[in-house]
Design a protein around this ligand. Structure first.
Ligand code: IPM
Ligand code: MG
Length: 370
């Protein structure tokens, strides 16, 4: 059982603490009614850590993350910290966690709940039944490549530069995750890069193709340029099953895919490391939405992406598929009942606050799962 597994909770900034507050209520519900108990520890990350400690993530919190069985993350950043030097920005806290925990595989499922078909900006027939999984490489590429910086040229003008770089092992390990997961789904992988203009893209395509030929011939593989993929995602997203792509393209394409589901407030994610000798993977779970400073503090944020991130944690870190299913069914039930936060509101639905959405979820859990 999950008893005594350690979870580090990092609510972060903006709407992070608001949505996490509702998820904590659900975590308590599972401890009381399903004997799914965790040792929860809470820490600071991002602007919250900067304000208290002067850094976006302390070494102590980093160590806590390394020792935890899973990290449940909110969101970081906000206008208050926008003018800080690069290395102090709240986002560096999150990037440090991803890098030092070696969370190279970021799973971002985009699933359209049937009652929300009308909340998407696309036509119902385009998104109904949609279920795709974007796997974003998370510890390499232009996010971390060296050299990077801004330098002043002899004539006084400046030059900003970043490096896009991938090695074959980095590509292979994330592609293997994509092939493995596709086998449990519709058995189709689309590998996305810009092999028409980037050397790292050429290597990406060659490496994925070679791995496929060597180990995953039974999975259907196709290759696509990233710009075309963005277009195809809004043209006919149901052509995709699993998309595997690099750090930067994955960042952009997952925001795009999120909107297919009606709102950025509906997309969870799991970031996984390599399994150790015991099969355990380091893992961090976070919603794809950011800290949303424009609505922070108003109590109207949608807690469902954070809640689905908790559900992914139950599924991927603790093998509690039944309990994860229960969370997902409670969400489906509440949406079917027309309960909506403002971001997914539709004519005829009841618009509720963040905590009222939490109430509705707990009510649904009471009915479905005790
Ligand atoms: C995401 C976010 C982050 C990223 C930011 C907050 C650093 O946009 O997780 O998609 O760019 O990776
Ligand atoms: Mg992003």
């Amino acid at each position: 059982m999950a008893a005594n597994k350690k979870i580090l909770v990092l609510p972060g900034d903006g709407i992070g603490p608001e949505v996490m507050g509702q998820v904590r209520r659900v975590v308590d519900w599972f401890a009381r009614h399903r004997a799914v108990g965790f040792d929860l520890q809470e820490g600071l990350c991002g602007g919250a850590a900067l304000d208290r400690h002067g850094v976006p993530l302390t070494d102590e919190t980093m160590a806590d993350a390394m020792n935890a069985d899973a990290v449940l993350f909110g969101s970081v950043g906000g206008p208050k910290w926008d003018d800080l030097p690069f290395e102090k920005k709240p986002e560096r806290g999150l990037l440090r966690l991803r890098k030092e925990m070696e969370l190279f595989a970021n799973l971002r499922p985009a699933v359209v709940f049937d009652p929300l078909v009308g909340a998407s900006s696309l036509k119902p027939e385009i998104v109904r039944g949609l279920d795709i999984l974007i796997i974003r490489e998370l510890t390499g590429g232009v996010y971390f490549g060296e050299p990077r910086g801004i330098e002043t040229l002899p004539d006084g003008t400046k030059r900003g530069f970043d490096t896009q770089v991938y090695t074959t092992p980095e590509i292979e390990r994330v592609a293997a995750v994509a092939f493995d997961l596709a086998k449990k789904r519709r058995n189709k992988v689309t590998s996305v890069e810009k092999a028409n203009v980037m050397h790292s893209g050429v290597l990406w395509r060659q490496t994925v193709a070679a791995l496929h030929a060597a180990k995953f011939k039974d999975v259907e593989l196709s290759h696509m340029y990233a710009d075309n993929c963005a277009m195809q995602l809004v043209r006919w997203p149901k052509q995709f099953d699993v998309i595997v792509t690099d750090n930067l393209f994955g960042d952009m394409l997952s925001d795009c895919a999120a909107m297919l589901t009606g709102s950025l407030g509906m997309l969870p994610s799991a970031s996984l490391g390599a399994p150790d000798a015991t099969g355990r993977r380091k893992a961090l779970y976070e919603p794809v939405h950011g800290s949303a400073p424009d609505i922070a503090g108003k109590g109207i944020a949608n807690p469902l992406a954070e809640l689905m991130s908790y559900s992914m944690m139950l599924r991927y870190s603790f093998d509690l598929a039944e309990d994860a299913d229960l969370v997902d069914r409670a969400i489906g039930k509440v949406l079917a009942d027309g309960v909506r936060t403002a971001d997914i509101a539709e004519p005829g639905s009841t618009t509720v606050s963040t905590s009222q959405m939490g109430d509705a979820i707990l009510g649904a859990l009471d009915r479905l799962g005790r």
